[in-house]
Design a protein around this ligand. Structure first.
Ligand code: 6PG
Length: 477
């Protein structure tokens, strides 16, 4: 075969990735379950590069130079297994199957182990940036073996987004499912970022009393500072948009029920298993869930509370700046939690991870791309063993500076009855880390009381139990 890379599954993501490879000068073999799509791609975009259309799996595999690199872009779950089962018998030792879908990392670990036995590299790869990114440069998070990255990395780095300093937004993340794990946490952080922005919008509207067009201007202004990011940029676009049919702000004609495809939920489920507090992501998932429960929200009409009266004009102007502080501080906390989860997974699954490099490949191409990610890379460069991003002097100082405003924003939101689960859980996490003593001591006492679950002491080593229902003497276990 002559093709350096093949793409199977030519729905919009697969098609755009194939075109991206071709535009970079690679000969690209094409395959789809129905050959119609394959021919359509060649008809429409054949002049962008060199494509080798294949009618069957056999033809597709034969079109590839060895070791073969097959990118699979099909639905996560059953369809991915089906495609693997179709190709695996046709492949030889050293060949690579690259799964670019949003697979669950545990599936990726299972597939990688099964194919490794046959000498085939399975490279679970996170790809972010949607259709546009796939075509013009996504952020790419490949897992799998280091050997596979040797053969594959240069191609992926070529077609990836480039950060402001020109470096590719693609790096080998770690073995087996590490790439898909990191993509999953990326999506969890995406949910948290979106929720925090939504809370800022809600407060700008209902506490500061601004209209959507003015709020769009506020986000545009914020986008020139430390909040500079793709999500803040598109927030301004969405808020400035007017519905053609009604002339009303677009945001007022969209049903306020947020949907989700599941990667945020996965992030939280796995965080629970790993014992990592990702409260910001969890609140973001739950906030979408609450919004979608029209049955519950119907009950709300009967519940009393403050009527969201906006602040007075002079107070409102100052409040806008405070919201920026609250948004930034909460964002730092949610990234802190997300990176903690990645770090914990590395320890659990034996991945050698470079957390600074993970932040580095998110600087361009992906949904959470932001100027701020450079700061995370710098923090880990300064101290690769950083136990938490909040231990970085730079971030700690910024939060120290933001926190009076942050507290005021949360308190005001509570007083006005505007729900801010993201802002407030971030602040609660921050204060829990700061607390010299937590009420967890009482929790331990209760557990020992009702279930003899034992406790440790602050002044002596060992495990203890108090005989609560007898004379309340203490026993060492
Ligand atoms: C990306 C996005 C992409 C997708 C989300 C949407 O990185 O390109 O994260 O994967 O847009 O999965 O997720 P929800 O439908 O769950 O909001």
């Amino acid at each position: 075969g002559t093709a350096q890379i093949g793409v199977s599954g030519l729905a919009v993501m697969g098609r755009n990735l194939a075109r991206n490879f071709a535009r970079h000068g690679y000969t690209v073999a094409l395959h789809n379950r129905s050959a119609e799509r394959t021919h359509e791609l060649v008809d429409q975009f054949g002049d962008e590069g060199t494509f080798v259309p294949a009618e069957s799996a056999e033809q597709f595999v034969a079109a590839l130079e060895r070791p073969r690199r097959l990118v699979v872009m099909v639905k996560a779950g059953g369809p991915t297994d089906a495609v693997i089962d179709q190709f695996a018998p046709l492949l030889e030792s050293g060949d690579m199957i690259i799964d670019g879908g949003n697979a669950h990392f545990a599936d990726t670990r299972r597939r990688e182990a099964a194919l490794r036995e046959k000498g085939i590299h399975f490279v679970g790869t996170g790809i972010s940036g949607g259709e546009e990114g796939a075509l013009n440069g996504p952020s790419i998070m490949p897992g799998g073996s280091p050997e596979s990255y040797q053969a594959l990395g240069p191609l992926l780095e070529d077609i990836s987004a480039k950060a402001a300093d020109g470096s590719p937004c693609c790096a080998h993340v770690g073995a087996d499912g590490a790439g898909h794990f990191v993509k999953m946490v990326h999506n969890g952080i995406e949910y948290a970022d979106m929720q925090l922005i939504a809370e800022a919008y809600d407060l700008l509207r209902h506490a500061a009393g601004l209209e959507p067009a003015a709020i769009a201007d506020t986000f545009r202004r914020w986008n020139t500072g430390r909040l500079d990011s793709y999500l803040v940029e598109i927030t301004a676009e969405v808020l400035a948009h007017t519905d053609a049919a009604t002339g009303r702000p677009f945001v007022d004609v969209v049903a306020d029920e947020a949907e989700q495809k599941g990667t945020g939920r996965w992030t939280v489920q796995i965080a629970l298993e790993l014992g990592v507090p990702v409260s910001g992501i969890a609140e973001a998932v739950f906030a979408r869930s609450v919004s979608g429960h029209t049955d519950l929200r119907a009950v709300g009409g009967r519940l009393s509370g403050p009527g969201r009266a906006a602040l007075g004009a002079d107070e409102a102007a100052a409040f806008v700046d405070k919201i920026e502080h609250a948004l930034y501080a909460s964002k730092v906390v949610s990234y802190t939690q997300g990176f903690h989860q990645v770090q914990a997974a590395g320890a659990e699954y034996g991945w050698t991870l470079d957390l600074g490099a993970v932040a580095g490949i998110w600087r361009g191409g992906c949904i959470i791309r932001a100027a701020f990610l450079d700061r995370i890379t710098a923090a880990y460069a300064k101290d690769p063993q950083l136990p938490s991003l909040l231990a970085d002097d730079g971030f700690a100082a910024e939060i120290a500076e933001a926190q009076d405003a942050w507290r005021d924003v949360v308190a005001t939101a509570v007083r006005l009855g505007v729900p801010v689960p993201g802002f407030s859980t971030a602040l609660a996490y921050y204060d829990a880390l700061r607390a010299e003593r937590l009420p967890a001591a009482l929790t331990q006492g209760q557990r020992d009381f009702f279930g003899a679950h034992t406790y440790r002491r602050v002044d002596r080593d060992g495990v203890f139990h108090t005989l609560w229902s007898e004379d309340r003497t203490e026993e060492q276990q």
